[in-house]
Design a protein around this ligand. Structure first.
Ligand SMILES: O=C(O)CCC(=O)N[C@@H](CCC(=O)O)C(=O)O
Ligand SMILES: [Zn+2]
Length: 326
């Protein structure tokens, strides 16, 4: 049987780029890009991406398992599904990226960079997504979803969480119910675009989009998938058109909104978040988060929690987010 992950990692040319099972047709649309269509009419066009950062392996393994179940006939497909393994060259060397962070390039921002593996891939993924949603709409689907699966560099006080892109329209009730059922511990509401894949799909295609963070980045084969049972069950329900699973998390979902995007814009940028601080660690009002020539970032609210602190980003990119509870 066709193995999406093994085929993608091998880099070998695919000699049979299409196939079928009793209930679905599949097509290899390019390296790490697989489209699956049920023969029955369906309502939803779903994009699930993982490996946009090549060292974030847990979601890639989870997604590959889901695809295998669909291709073996063990699981029924009741949506049009586009599966994207985002950055195969980086996945092969277990690195976040080879040249630059692809998840800052979407929405055409790739054109601002010197062309490389990530700029070409970001453009390809934008085009593939456009074709997919367009053809799915022509085939009669009326709903669009995009879940982009990641893992965090640091450990987190909330192990499973989502990031909702900035959008002017209200978040769909269907997506919020799905995120709750998936057992996420927290949801972060963005206040700026950031060039992410989910902002692109939400803004350009009006998809219900969310970045999902599944634990901490570890090499292939080292992930504890028992932590992600809720997310796996919710993805299974989504692609098979089944009722949502019951939420299993002990505590209710906590909502945060971003109040500061900490941007590294100067060479002398210094970040004062301790290297061992977990994501969602709280800092009190007045704490100096970061400094660079002409700018000091301080905690302005009574308390703000930090997310993705990273002083080693390229100039102009975010070196962290500060959040408050909603
Ligand atoms: O742990 C980190 O510093 C980054 C983990 C990661 O890759 N997160 C995504 C979030 C995308 C979003 O904000 O929607 C990213 O930074 O690209
Ligand atoms: Zn990532």
């Amino acid at each position: 049987m066709f193995d999406l992950l093994a085929t993608t990692l091998s880099g070998d040319a695919v000699t049979e780029p299409a196939g079928q099972t009793e209930t679905l047709d599949w097509q290899w649309r390019g390296e790490g890009i697989l489209e699956l269509s049920p023969r029955q009419p369906c309502q939803a066009a779903v994009v699930i991406s993982a490996g946009i950062h090549g060292n974030e392996t847990a979601p890639v393994e989870l997604l590959n398992q889901l695809v295998s179940e669909l291709l073996s006939g063990e699981r029924l497909l009741r949506v049009r599904l586009l599966v994207l393994l985002g950055n195969p060259p980086s996945m092969r060397i277990n690195k976040r990226f080879t040249g630059a962070d692809m998840n800052r390039m979407f929405g055409g921002r790739h054109a601002r960079y010197t062309p490389d593996n990530e700029t070409r891939r970001a453009q390809e993924l934008e085009q593939v997504m456009a074709l997919f949603y367009r053809s799915a709409t022509a085939a009669g689907t009326t709903e669009r979803f995009h879940y982009d699966l990641h893992t965090a560099i640091r450990g987190s006080k909330h192990v499973r969480f989502g990031l909702l892109p900035l959008q002017t329209r209200a978040k769909s009730a269907a997506m919020l119910a799905w995120l709750d059922a998936a057992g996420l511990d927290a949801l972060v509401h963005h206040r700026s675009p950031g060039g992410t894949f989910t902002h692109f799909s939400s803004e350009v295609f009006q998809a219900d989009s969310c970045t999902l963070e599944l634990g901490k980045a570890l090499p292939f084969g080292s992930n504890d998938h028992t932590q992600f049972t809720g997310i796996r069950r919710a993805l299974e329900a989504l692609v098979s058109g089944e009722p949502l699973p019951a939420r299993e998390a002990a505590a209710p979902l906590v909502h945060y909104r971003v109040v500061q995007d900490v941007i590294r814009s100067q060479d002398d940028f210094q970040l004062f978040i301790p290297a061992d601080a977990l994501n969602f660690t709280a800092f009190r009002q007045g704490f100096v988060i970061a400094k660079e020539s002409g700018k000091t970032y301080r905690v302005a609210a009574e308390e703000e929690v930090v997310l993705f602190p990273n002083p080693n980003v390229a100039l102009g990119l975010r070196a962290g987010l500060m959040l408050v509870k909603m």
